[in-house]
Ligand binder design. Structure first.
Ligand code: ADP
Ligand code: ZN
Ligand code: ZN
Length: 843
């Protein structure tokens, strides 16, 4: 065994740490070890085992020893280790922090200590119970009483966590230690992750061949045991309507539905019991992650004939996978062109070949239909990683994937690190979505990591979108990716007609600032009369975004951030949308004491109220982060819309994402061009994407859709091209702008943010680094700044930044690395200098 181990620790330092390996311990590369680090114990990843003694330059520093090897086999295999090192290098992130992000196993470090009673313990309890107290004891009666209590408590239970045991019996550490030594109780370390996830009861439709064994003895003289020998798929006769309805529902949902979801059917609950007794259905308890979404069981995603374009896409992706070497494909399919069905079919093929695939989605909690489809197609071969999972559940999923039980993985950003074997395919849905960028260290972009992972694994990556990012579109044009197009909606449905309403004219003609234009109001009325459905997008939550003093002109700002607080009427509070700070609603101006404070502007909460006022008879729902606490609320609202229990849905960009609701024929867009006013070079791209996405929600059923787009920027090319569904036109124009301005995709870009709670520090540090950058040669790299960041103060920190642009990523990263070294030499804490390579959010 080598003598030393280099360990990557999750600390903000760009280095690994060398520890000695004690006799008899066998850590593995890629495995976790527990080590001492600055008075703490910390777990890290072994990156190298070797025999080179570290240079103990300060001779008083003694090399420390590894405390424990936590894994017998690597937690990160060779590929993932390599990927992690690439991320650390590309994004200038500490490698230990990268590995921590890649391994969702933090739950396992929170060791739970539990106690269990032994046979000796039971005997002692028994004796104590007979004689009143154990004989010849050195302990005080009090201590004996507590011991008795502990044994009594444990005797009734399997195993008890230390915390609960101590709370219930008030036993101290020392006394408990004594009981362990007497072998009355045993102490066990269990990793929290091993505690099983919550269970959910699922009804499973049995196939014919399964029915026989499951079938209980016949319950009546005329029931013959052979009843159950029907061929597969054929359900025995003599079912009543309720029973048949239940069976049909189960069959349509791929054979398994959570019992809770079946309660929505208008069938008495006893029917399920009857079917179980007849051996047609079995009830099983499954960990929650297997359960299908509560969305109504849907028809199979493959019930229809694929369109020619879909077949062609499937064929091309299939051929690329079969080639077993890297290729990147950009699947550009307009909204409603059936991309999801293509993804699922490709993943099915990969699974049938015994290989693995990963599907990345922006926010799975917000696309319940996709989760339902995944369960339907893959049953429990799929692991779904979404934001609603606890750490322990996440760890559990990780192990399932690692063991090869789940070879299909779907999830958000970090699912790109899923430890699948024999990776064949990664699909990144809505690849332009900014949620793929992690806005904390390591600041990686999951799409780009997906591409790199596929490269390293000789796998195929498919980037899918109706509105690809400029970067990906450019790569496709330069033949770095192959472009696959789905140019039409399924079943030849037309794209919706888009009508622009110029809100400047609206103001001139009505003499008032309008939220809902006359045109939009008229169109809504028409749909409501025809019993069709409407969605209205306003990408800003809360009631009013600004509180303004008419006397001094100042606005109410957050205590911690240089941004306006938003008024939330129903919850009766002011809230900062950046840091969550909450304040009371002001009666007077905080600056001058004037009572003339006004609430200005409109958020989704106020929009809902306005619409209620205009259309009192309409049933209106709202979807935004204030009404949606979790996936359940979300599904609830979508189900209500799907089933016609709502006429109108109001909301933020949440309503724009990927939903497929057939009754919606009108989409109103209010202030979706707000971003155009922001100092961000991606403003036009984001606006175009959002407008296209939300417009794509209209007309997905049999009636054609219409979009009313209210704007103050009616001449802006992002608005115009979106209205004309002219993707190519937008990209050409936007590429020109990016080329002129040396922005991505023509330049690599990095944002360097210097932050401190003390204004002086932020100023001094950014000044020092600014001067260093000035006198350091950096040919081919443009440096802008230092300048105050657009949001000058955020979460108590004052913020200054530099923007670096260069056609050469290598040069840019070299300069950034040198700058970090300079910052370290000047004792600027690493956590206060944020390097964001390929920055997405520049505010
Ligand atoms: P996209 O993601 O491209 O916007 P979806 O994948 O959500 O589109 O598909 C839109 C709808 O069309 C879904 O309800 C899907 O089940 C259905 N669909 C997909 N392919 C076909 C097809 N070939 N024929 C009929 N319907 C289809
Ligand atoms: Zn004032
Ligand atoms: Zn704030």
């Amino acid at each position: 065994m080598p003598q030393f181990s280099d360990v990557a620790l999750p600390v903000p330092l760009d280095m690994v740490f060398t520890y000695a390996i004690p006799e008899g311990m066998e850590p593995v590369v890629g495995g976790r070890v527990l080590v001492p680090f600055r008075q703490q114990r910390m777990s890290g990843i072994v990156v190298e085992l070797h025999d080179r003694p570290p240079q103990e330059n300060a001779s008083h520093i003694k090399i420390k020893k590894v405390l424990e090897a936590l894994d017998l086999a690597p937690a990160l295999d060779e590929h993932l280790l390599k990927l992690g090192k690439w991320i650390a290098d590309y994004y200038l992130a500490p490698v230990g922090e990268v590995f921590r992000t890649m391994l969702p196993l933090s739950a396992e470090f929170k060791r739970a200590v539990t106690y269990r009673i032994t046979e000796e313990g039971r005997m002692a309890l028994h004796l104590a119970g007979m004689s009143g107290s154990p004989a010849r004891s050195k302990r005080t009666p009090d201590q004996q009483l507590i011991e008795f209590r502990v044994l009594d408590y444990l005797a009734e239970r399997e195993s008890v966590r230390e915390g609960s045991l101590r709370a219930a019996t008030r036993v101290g550490k020392a006394l408990l230690g004594g009981m362990v030594r007497k072998k009355w109780v045993v102490r066990e370390d269990v990793s929290a992750a091993r505690h099983s996830a919550r269970l959910v009861r699922v009804a499973v439709l049995l196939r014919a061949e399964e029915r026989l064994e499951a079938s209980p003895p016949p319950d009546g003289p005329e029931t013959r045991p052979h009843l159950n020998l029907a061929p597969a798929g054929v359900v025995p006769k003599k079912l009543n309507d309720n029973q048949r309805a239940l069976i049909d529902t189960l069959a349509a949902a791929g054979g398994r539905v959570p019992v809770d979801a079946l309660r929505n059917l208008e069938v008495p609950h006893s029917t399920l019991g009857t079917l179980v007794r007849r051996g047609l259905v079995r009830l099983v308890d499954e960990p929650q992650e297997f359960t299908a979404s509560k969305l109504k069981p849907r028809p199979s995603p493959f019930d229809f004939e694929f369109s020619t374009a879909q077949k062609e896409a499937l064929r091309k992706i299939g051929a690329a996978v079969a080639a077993r070497k890297f290729s990147g494909l950009l699947l550009h399919g307009i909204t409603g062109s059936g991309k999801t069905a293509v993804y699922l079919a490709c993943m099915r093929q990969v699974l049938d070949e015994g290989r693995s695939s990963i599907l990345l989605v922006p926010e799975i909690g917000l696309t319940p239909a996709v989760a339902a489809d995944l369960h339907q197609v893959f049953g429990d071969e799929v692991a779904i990683l979404h934001s609603g999972l606890s750490n322990a559940e996440r760890a559990e999923q990780w192990h399932r994937i690692r063991r090869g039980e789940a070879r299909v993985v779907a999830g958000t950003r970090s699912a790109v690190f899923a430890p699948v074997r024999d990776l064949a395919l990664i699909i990144v849905d809505e690849e332009q979505d900014s949620s793929y960028k992690q806005e904390e260290t390591p600041r990686y972009h999951a799409r780009d990591v997906a591409v790199m992972r596929a490269k390293m694994a000789d796998a195929v990556v498919v980037l899918g979108s109706a509105t690809p990012s400029l970067e990906s579109y450019y790569n496709a044009r330069k033949n770095k990716y192959r472009l696959i197009e789905l140019p039409d909606r399924v079943e030849k449905r037309p794209l919706p007609e888009v009508e622009i309403v110029d809100m400047r004219l609206e103001f001139q003609e009505t003499g008032q600032e309008q939220v809902i234009s006359r045109k939009l109001a008229a169109e809504i009325r028409e749909r409501l009369e025809k019993k069709e459905q409407v969605m209205v997008l306003l990408n800003r939550r809360g009631y009013s975004p600004v509180v303004l003093c008419r006397a001094c002109g100042k606005t109410l700002q957050c205590e911690n951030c240089a941004v306006s607080m938003t008024h939330h009427k129903r919850e009766h509070k002011m809230e900062c949308h950046y840091c969550g700070y909450v304040a009371r609603i002001p009666e007077k101006c905080a600056h001058c004491g004037s009572e003339y404070v006004y609430f200005v502007g409109t958020g989704s909460e106020k929009l809902e109220e306005l619409l209620h006022g205009m259309f009192p008879q309409a049933r209106i729902g709202r979807l935004d982060r204030d009404t949606v606490r979790g996936r359940e609320d979300f599904e609830h609202a979508l189900n209500a819309l799907n089933e016609g229990r709502l006429d109108m849905l109001v909301g933020t960009q949440m309503i724009a994402k990927g939903h497929d609701i057939h009754g919606v024929t009108l989409v109103g867009v209010i202030g979706a061009d707000m971003a155009l006013g922001l100092p961000d070079f991606r403003a036009a791209e984001r606006t175009f994407q959002l407008l296209t996405q939300v417009a794509g929600r209209a007309g997905r059923g049999n009636s054609p859709g219409k979009v009313i787009l209210q704007t103050y920027f009616q001449d802006h090319y992002a608005v115009q091209f979106a209205a004309q569904h002219d993707f190519a036109g937008f990209y050409e124009k936007e590429l020109q702008f990016r080329a002129w301005m040396h922005y991505p995709p023509y330049s690599a870009i990095a944002n360097v943010l210097i932050r401190s709670e003390k204004l002086e520090e932020a100023l001094t540090w950014s000044g020092e680094l600014g001067r260093w950058l000035e006198k350091t040669r950096h040919e081919g790299i443009r440096v802008l700044g230092p300048a105050a960041a657009p949001i000058t103060r955020l979460k108590r920190d004052y913020r200054y930044h530099f923007i670096l642009k260069s056609p050469s990523r290598e040069k840019m990263n070299a300069l950034l690395r040198a700058m970090l070294a300079e910052a370290a030499a000047r004792k600027i804490p690493r956590t206060q200098v944020i390097v964001d390579v390929d920055a997405v959010w520049l505010m």
